[in-house]
Design a protein around this ligand. Structure first.
Ligand code: NYM
Ligand code: MG
Length: 214
């Protein structure tokens, strides 16, 4: 009998929605019930491409807007062989941001349409589940100050939120909206339930290709 594949689970949302905290808790919870799981995050700042992106986000370097968009995408593609290998080995991947952040953040810049922004990521491994941690701008503000990285202003985040809402209208992606204003434990319970259901169905379906039919 062929071994069952792992599921590709993505958490998305605006800054301070709690994605990183929830990814870590989810991986722990899966491991505790005997499901092999690993966390990943995009951008992955450890690679050569990731270091270019990191310097840009930290405002240590300037990059032309199309160029940095393509670097974010290249940073996902360079990880695809290892992602596929892990999924085939039965490891569930819990990913902090993916192509949806790529399209939402760049298309929030003037002069970029969402369709162009999606193109470089067409054909990436398709997530079995994308959970959007929903947090209103007012609640986000209550969580404290933004950091100093690029994009971390409330006006920009508001337009990113609108772009995410546009992306969520796409029925080819398995979106679930999670109310991120709940307690950390309640958000976690929600996320864990959706994930365990998804792992069971993903086992019996082949891994898809993102945005392929468009
Ligand atoms: N970001 C992230 C993009 O602009 N494009 C992408 O493709 C991805 C994955 O980088 N503000 C943005 C969103 C965040 C920043 O932040 C990375 P963090 O805190 O490392 O998740
Ligand atoms: Mg962050």
């Amino acid at each position: 009998m062929a071994s069952k594949r792992g599921a590709l689970i993505v958490l998305e949302g605006v800054d301070r929605a709690g994605k990183t905290t929830q990814c870590k808790k989810l991986v722990q919870a899966l491991q505790q019930v005997g499901r092999p799981a690993e966390m990943m995050r995009f951008p992955d700042r450890t690679t050569t491409i990731g270091q270019l992106i990191s310097a840009y986000l930290e405002k240590k370097s300037d990059l032309e807007d199309h160029t940095v968009h393509l670097l974010f995408s290249a940073n996902r593609w360079e990880l695809v062989p290892s992602m596929k290998k892990k999924l085939e080995q039965g490891i569930t991947l819990v990913v902090d941001r993916y192509a949806f952040s790529g399209a939402a953040f760049t298309s929030a810049k003037p002069g970029f349409c969402i369709d162009w922004c999606k193109k470089p990521d067409v054909g990436l491994p398709k997530p079995d589940l994308v959970m959007f941690l929903q947090l209103s701008p007012v609640e986000a503000t209550l969580r404290g100050q933004f950091g100093n990285e690029r994009y971390e202003t409330s006006d920009f985040q508001k337009s990113v939120q609108q772009k995410f809402e546009q992306l969520m209208k796409d029925p080819s992606v398995n979106w679930k909206v999670i109310d991120a204003s709940q307690s950390i434990e309640d958000v976690h319970d929600n996320i864990r339930t959706h994930t365990l259901n998804t792992i069971n169905t993903a086992e019996n379906t082949p891994l898809g290709e993102l945005w392929k039919s468009e």
